[in-house]
Design a protein around this ligand. Structure first.
Ligand code: TXA
Ligand code: MG
Length: 339
């Protein structure tokens, strides 16, 4: 099977919607990252997603909708707070977990009795869902364990030959996956941070950030979100986060860098001698936008070990930090302590 790359024309979206209606899988752009979509209500179609990605069967998929009324068909019960959040943040990079209805097969929910629902804002994603007339289950369109793809080339790198078609919508705007939350009394608990930040959510309700967002799951503990227990977003290179000032970073590199080492810098103003580097931006929005592409680029350049500048955790920074922490397998060196 050769994977066709198609632009976002109405004709191509109709073709892609036809594949979904026939029980097939297509990759499509969203404002966060690219998704790998199939009919969320069809267990056989959803199994093809798991096969294409090599994804563990216990990791549930997010179901994408294009109209608020679809939520009542796929959720058994919609908490009042969900409507308030939907009004404020949908369409957009927010996934809300709620009890699933019987229409959602257990393959889609990874065996759980809940379903994560998201109404994306990307026009091509919305149109694809509308034209298929179905809720679309879609994980990120990468091979399981790799960084999520933020452009069509990276989807093609991972999925060529595994799916019939890929809709090319250019670079993903946010660059990191959606914020995933569940309901907790009248408030919410963030299981995966993303473009909708704790600060933004707390304007609507009480917000807790789950311990798993910034900490490694303890041996034997049950993840509230199965995705948290897998080593995620990881490039082949070994990533080490260096926490500290630009000066202490430069000092550390001068004393420790060896052949095959690369740096992942903010804006390149850090001095790293002749150690090769890639920049992922100085603001959290830029860092979110570029992180996954930078990790893939470092692999393409043959980096063996990567020393990364440590982002802040305010606003979207929390999502950037959460992803880079996983890419690094929780390996963080505190430079001010080392000194
Ligand atoms: O931005 C996004 O969310 C992208 C685009 C394509 O929409 N999708 C995405 O899907 O990132 P995926 O499958 O790569 O990540 C979904 C995460 C996983 O960590 C999964 O464990 C968690 O959400 N999740 C999904 N449904 C859940 C549920 N019912 N309960 C707990 N966690 C859930
Ligand atoms: Mg993913």
């Amino acid at each position: 099977m050769n994977t066709r790359i198609l632009d976002c024309s109405e004709e191509n979206l109709l073709y892609a919607a036809g594949i979904i209606k026939d029980g097939g899988v297509v990759a499509f752009p969203t404002e966060t990252v690219y998704g790998l979509g199939a009919n969320a209500l069809d267990a056989e179609a959803v199994k093809k997603i798991f096969a294409a990605k090599g994804r563990p069967a216990d990791n549930p998929l997010i179901v994408h909708i294009s109209d608020l009324s679809m939520i009542e068909k796929i959720a058994a019960e919609v908490p009042p707070t969900a409507y308030k959040l939907a009004e404020r943040f949908w369409p957009g990079p927010l996934t809300m977990i709620m009890p699933k209805s019987e229409l959602i097969p257990s393959v889609t929910s990874g065996g759980l009795d809940t379903v994560g629902i998201r109404f994306p804002s990307h026009p091509a994603a919305r149109r694809l869902i509308e034209l298929s007339g179905l809720p679309i289950a879609a994980p990120s369109a990468n091979l399981s364990g790799s960084p999520s793809p933020t452009n069509a080339k990276r989807v093609f790198d991972d999925m060529n030959g595994r799916i019939p078609a890929l809709i090319d919508g250019g670079e993903s705007e946010v660059g990191l996956e959606s914020t995933v939350l569940c309901f907790d009394g009248g408030g919410v608990r963030i299981l995966r941070p993303g473009g909708i930040t704790p600060e933004m959510l707390s304007e609507v309700c009480r917000v807790t950030v789950d311990r798993g967002v910034l900490n490694e799951l303890e041996e034997g503990a049950v993840a509230r979100s199965p995705g948290m227990k897998y080593r995620h977003y990881a490039p082949r290179a070994k990533v080490i986060i260096l926490r500290g000032s630009a000066e202490s970073f430069s000092e550390y590199i001068k004393n420790n860098a060896a052949d095959g080492d690369w740096c992942l810098l903010f804006d390149g103003s850090e001095s790293v001698g002749d150690v090769p580097y890639i920049c992922y931006g100085s603001s959290p929005d830029e860092q979110a936008h570029r992180l996954f592409e930078s990790l893939r680029e470092l692999d393409a350049r043959g980096a063996k070990r990567v020393f990364a500048r440590c982002p802040g955790t305010e606003g979207v920074g929390l999502a950037v930090y959460n992803r880079i922490l996983r890419a690094a397998g929780f390996c963080v060196t505190d430079l001010e302590v080392v000194k």
